[in-house]
Design a protein around this ligand. Structure first.
Ligand code: DMJ
Length: 474
């Protein structure tokens, strides 16, 4: 039988969020630092990232305030659905708090609680809204204690619930926030399996296990459809439960499914998730890992036979070193992050997809993605090796050199020509600059033992830490 931590909700969790929350934390256990004569100046780098964050935030404030995202080249705003869901303020709120930008955080919080409404006749993508908005509202609530953020999260969570009403329990991709009408039965592991941290946290905070149960069931249904060699494919029909694409890899469409198996076990102590993670990572190491002449990579195979079908790796795959490290496999994590650095170094900034056999770029955009910085952050926390600070400073240098504009930061259409695109995605403020900042900032800015980041870098409090906090405050 599957264990169900969502059913064991306690008032201690709710109690704990009322404690002062910033700075959150103390230490993470790590190895001794490796010697280096030229240690990067962490304080200066942290201050530089914070200044760049402010530059980006001010541009959003001046040209796109109240809208979803900034278009830095045209200096206009972009709303995903024609009307705003405040993607950037919700995504950026906890970064503002962690960086100690209290006035800006307060202004963002006021905008959110006064203006954000989900009573809108629009069809939204469940995955994106869950990781950015539900995740951002929940971490914002846990960091500020403002109950209005939790009420918004609960309202949103309730409006999203109809997605799970498929014959298999795996979610449809889209839902109308007002009517609850769903569509999109052809889905993928990432969109099905990247919900448990947010819905599980909502369950704990509201004491309504239904959120946990639905998201957990979706995850288990997906896992149960893995092949005999333990892999999942790229596309599945949530009504029939049949695979549509059997391509198996750790890139877009699959990536954060694996991330959430591990993080679900860390955040909730869920034994099923731990078992599913262990089985899955074993399969990844056996079938996807590719010891190529250019380094260790994780490529693509057919999910049933394990036959290699592509040697591609990209910016999204670069989350894996961090997750391998968090899961305890520092050896593979370090080697894979070195490969990621080679990918970055090709053009001084990272392409979306690379063929690692030929080292030729396959997709040349760079949409300001965070994954390579995220992995450097975990590896630094877990090894204390200044190598990752050096890597981080190269990433920052590339960002500033190629993506900075007078009006915030812009994506790159092409990492070779460095032609810019007209968007500053909300995850740039939620994730990219947050992970870079946390890499350089003092470790006690955030205690990794006490939180788990959702896939959009929103820190959610671990169960045992809430119990500890509640006990010590009695
Ligand atoms: C983010 O929205 C999340 O990290 C997601 O898991 C993957 N894509 C972007 C960043 O690249």
């Amino acid at each position: 039988m599957l264990s169900n931590p969502g059913a064991g909700l306690t008032s201690r969790w709710v109690f704990s969020i009322l404690l002062p929350l910033v700075p959150l934390f103390a230490s993470v256990n790590g190895a001794a630092p490796s010697p280096s004569s030229t240690l990067p100046d962490r304080a200066a780098l942290a201050a530089q990232v914070r200044a760049e964050f402010l530059h980006a935030w001010r541009a959003y404030e001046h040209h796109a305030w109240g809208h979803d995202e900034l278009k830095p080249l045209s200096r206009t705003a972009h709303d995903w659905h024609g009307q705003s869901l405040l993607m950037t303020p919700v995504d950026a709120l906890d970064t503002l708090i962690l960086m100690g930008l209290s006035n800006d955080a307060e202004k963002a919080r006021r905008l959110i609680v006064e203006k954000l409404s989900f009573d809108k006749d629009i069809s939204v993508k469940n995955f994106e809204v869950t990781i950015r908005l539900l995740g951002g509202l929940l971490s914002g609530y846990q960091m500020t204690g403002d109950g209005r953020l939790l009420r918004l999260a609960e309202d949103l969570g309730t409006r999203l619930l109809p997605v799970f009403d498929s014959p298999t329990g795996m979610p449809y991709r889209f839902v109308n926030l007002r009517t609850g009408e769903v569509h999109g039965s052809r889905s993928n592991p990432a969109e099905i399996g990247t919900l448990i941290l947010e819905f599980g946290t909502l369950a704990r905070l509201t004491k309504k296990p239904v959120y946990y149960d639905k998201a957990k069931n979706a995850l288990v249904q997906l896992y149960n459809r893995r092949s005999q060699i333990g892999l999942v494919g790229e596309e599945i029909d949530v009504e029939t439960g049949e695979w549509i694409s059997r391509a198996s890899h750790v890139g877009g469409g699959i990536d954060s499914y694996y991330e959430y198996l591990l993080k679900c076990s860390r955040l909730f102590g869920d034994r099923d998730c731990e078992r599913m993670w262990r089985g899955s990572v074993r399969a990844l190491n056996r079938h996807l890992a590719d010891d190529a002449p250019t380094g260790l990579w994780y490529g693509q195979v057919e999910m049933v036979t394990g036959k290699r079908s592509a040697t591609e790796f990209g910016a999204l795959h670069a989350f894996l070193p961090g997750i391998l490290a968090l899961g305890g496999d520092l050896g593979r994590a370090k080697r894979l992050e070195e490969s990621c650095l080679k990918m970055w170094a090709l053009q001084g900034i990272e392409p979306e997809v690379l063929d690692y056999r030929t080292m030729q770029i396959v997709q040349s955009g760079y949409p300001l993605r965070p994954e390579i910085m995220e992995s450097a952050f975990y590896l630094h926390r877990l090894t204390r090796d200044p190598r990752y600070l050096e890597m981080g400073s190269r990433f920052l240098e590339g960002l500033i050199k190629y993506c900075r504009t007078d009006t915030g930061y812009a994506t790159l259409k092409d990492v070779v020509t460095k032609e810019k695109g007209d968007l500053m995605p909300s995850y740039f403020l939620a994730e990219t600059l947050k992970y870079l900042y946390l890499l350089f900032a003092p470790d006690d800015t955030l205690d990794l033992d006490r939180v788990v980041f959702n896939t959009e870098a929103h820190p959610l409090r671990r169960v045992d830490s809430s119990i500890r906090s509640a006990r010590s405050s009695r």
